[in-house]
Design a protein around this ligand. Structure first.
Ligand SMILES: C[S@@+](CC[C@H](N)C(=O)[O-])C[C@H]1O[C@@H](n2cnc3c(N)ncnc32)[C@H](O)[C@@H]1O
Length: 213
């Protein structure tokens, strides 16, 4: 079999997977099942979506108070915690206890014992457990299109962000909920955010917004 045929088969399979899951999700809305947490936080995922790149594109810096909204099994949480450092804080928020359990297990591993600045919170994006204007940055990796009422979730993100605070939305094409960058930009702007930057490529991008001062 030629390399071209193999690539064609892989692309065809990915396309069919995306169509099938999108059709199912159209009729039956649910968050990503917790069993995919293992894939989300795998070596393969990190190779495809490097945490360092996502952190840089999102504008995450030392000392920030950050919310990992829809953190899942924590694919990016520990790397972010190391970047924000001792002066910073990461709140890992997810609606599914089973996802947070996986992150808890990850944090209990020997290699993560140096991390002391992550707090896990089971909550919905509709009701974030933070005060008004209290957070420097909220990032969402392959989460926003999974939320049925995105406008409501974005309004809530706006509430908790400080003036000038950052919302970073990262999307990734193999995700069955993947939206085009233009769709994400429109959603953010409709919710009252100002577009700061759109980084990456079509299949893996981060749109960065700012809450107006
Ligand atoms: C596809 S996973 C992505 C997880 C993680 N951000 C990552 O990239 O590995 C989407 C996550 O968003 C969470 N989620 C979906 N709807 C949510 C909501 N309304 N509030 C909070 N979390 C939600 C799901 O439970 C799931 O863990």
């Amino acid at each position: 079999m030629t390399a071209l045929k193999i690539i064609g088969i892989i692309l065809g399979a990915v396309f069919l997977w995306l169509v099938l899951i999108r059709v199912i999700k159209h009729f039956y809305h649910c968050p990503a099942p917790a069993f995919i947490g293992r894939f989300l936080d795998s070596r393969w995922r990190r190779w495809l979506q490097s945490p360092d790149k996502i952190i840089e594109r999102s504008g995450i810096k030392a000392g920030m108070t950050v919310v990992d909204l829809g953190c899942g099994s924590g694919a990016f949480t520990t790397s972010v915690a190391r970047v924000v450092g001792r002066e910073g804080k990461v709140y890992a928020v997810d609606i599914q206890p089973a996802m947070l359990k996986q992150l808890e297990r990850k944090l209990s591993k020997a290699e993560n014992q140096d991390i002391k600045n992550i707090e896990l919170k089971q909550a919905s994006a509709y009701e974030l457990p933070f005060g008004d204007n209290s957070v420097d940055l909220v990032y969402m990796v392959t989460v926003l299109p999974e939320i049925p009422d995105r406008s409501r979730a974005l309004r809530e993100v706006r509430r908790v962000l400080k003036a000038g605070g950052i919302l970073a939305v990262t999307e990734f094409l193999p995700d069955p909920d993947y939206p085009l960058p233009a769709t994400t930009i429109k959603m953010g702007q409709r919710a009252g955010f100002v577009l700061d930057d759109n980084l990456g490529n079509l299949w893996s991008y981060t749109v960065r917004f700012k809450k107006p001062a």
